[in-house]
Design a protein around this ligand. Structure first.
Ligand code: NDP
Length: 291
């Protein structure tokens, strides 16, 4: 018997396996393309001949494949073997996919834990690799010590959809930031300013702006977007026009910037000109039901 099985040996599954091996665990592995297991076998991993053998080898099954459809496809032949084991699925997906997978796993007698990896493969095994988990509390508690080999574990609750919800929301914040950085570098780059010269200024500006985010959280939780407003939406919507015009004048695409402008305009049209930017979150959400 191994301590855990890792199914999926892409860039991430390989890093997960190496982290378990580094901590001295006995690991069984399985991958669709067997060649990816060779280097791990040389480091001590046991290579299973089939996915069913892989599942039967350990009480803890960690799956990291491309998408959920792949997980269903790969695990189907091993479903009877899942009973009494803990299935931790670290494949990226949506909350709905995680809940459906949880139901499927529970039907086959497994404890199901979904996970979101907030790290890239070289970070795995280090403390700054955050791994989000949700789903079976019993499954998580039983194996949390082993899972800690992968990074810093954070358990969010029994709803299997929570880990992907947090994961996707963190990625939404990240891509918003990345989009803004790309626009800034396209603008300065078109004026011949090297990215390396501008980047320190951009980084300290973004850091300064982050300082206001706890106040955003307070305002959004309180539903109060009009007390203590220092930069109202109406003013910001007017200034934002300059961002679009300056990009256009330099021949730079505005495709990343236009959706934000459209939301700001919608906010102003909805009478939020004197409110804070935080009021826009309500326009992104579905309309509240009135009884
Ligand atoms: P890779 O592309 O490196 O690996 C994909 C894995 O999925 C391989 O093991 C591949 O097998 C397997 N696979 C794909 N299709 C099938 C199939 N039809 N049947 C069986 N196996 C299949 O991806 P990563 O390892 O980088 O990513 C894995 C998961 O981790 C993804 O959900 C990703 O979003 C998530 N993730 C990745 C991060 C990263 O930076 N890499 C960061 C955070 C999360 P085969 O070798 O046979 O092709």
């Amino acid at each position: 018997m191994s301590d855990m099985t890792v199914i999926g040996l892409g860039a991430m599954g390989t890093a997960l396996t190496e982290a378990f091996l580094d901590k001295g665990h006995a690991v069984t592995v399985w991958n669709r393309s067997p060649a990816k297991a060779h280097a791990l076998a040389a480091k001590g991993a046991v290579v299973a001949a089939s996915v069913e053998d892989a599942v039967r080898s350990s009480p803890l099954i960690v799956v990291c494949l491309l998408v959920y459809d792949t997980v269903h496809e790969a695990l189907a032949p091993a479903r009877e073997a899942l009973s009494g084991r803990t299935l931790v699925n670290l494949t990226n997906g949506t909350p709905e996919q995680a809940r459906a997978m949880s139901q499927w796993a529970v039907t086959h007698g497994a404890n199901y834990v979904d996970g979101g990896i907030m790290a890239v493969p070289p970070m795995i095994g280090r403390q700054h690799a955050l791994i989000l988990y949700s789903g079976s509390r019993q499954g998580f508690d039983t194996h949390s010590e082993q899972l800690d080999a992968l990074g810093t574990s954070k358990y969010l609750g029994e709803d299997a959809g929570l880990a992907p919800l947090y994961d996707i929301s963190l990625l939404a914040g990240m891509y918003g930031l990345f989009g803004g950085v790309l626009q800034a570098l396209a603008l300065t780059g078109s004026a011949g300013i090297p990215a390396g010269e501008f980047m320190p200024l951009l980084m300290s500006w973004l850091q300064a702006m982050q300082g206001g985010l706890p106040k955003w959280a307070e305002q959004i939780d309180a539903g109060d977007h009009t007390s203590n407003v220092v930069s109202n939406l109406g003013m910001q919507a007017e200034a934002y026009v300059n961002l679009i015009d300056a990009s256009k004048a330099s021949g730079i695409s505005t495709e990343l910037m236009l959706p934000m402008q459209s939301l700001m305009k919608r906010g102003v049209a909805a009478g939020k000109a004197n409110a804070d930017l935080t009021s826009l979150v309500e326009l992104l959400q579905p309309p509240k039901q009135v009884d």
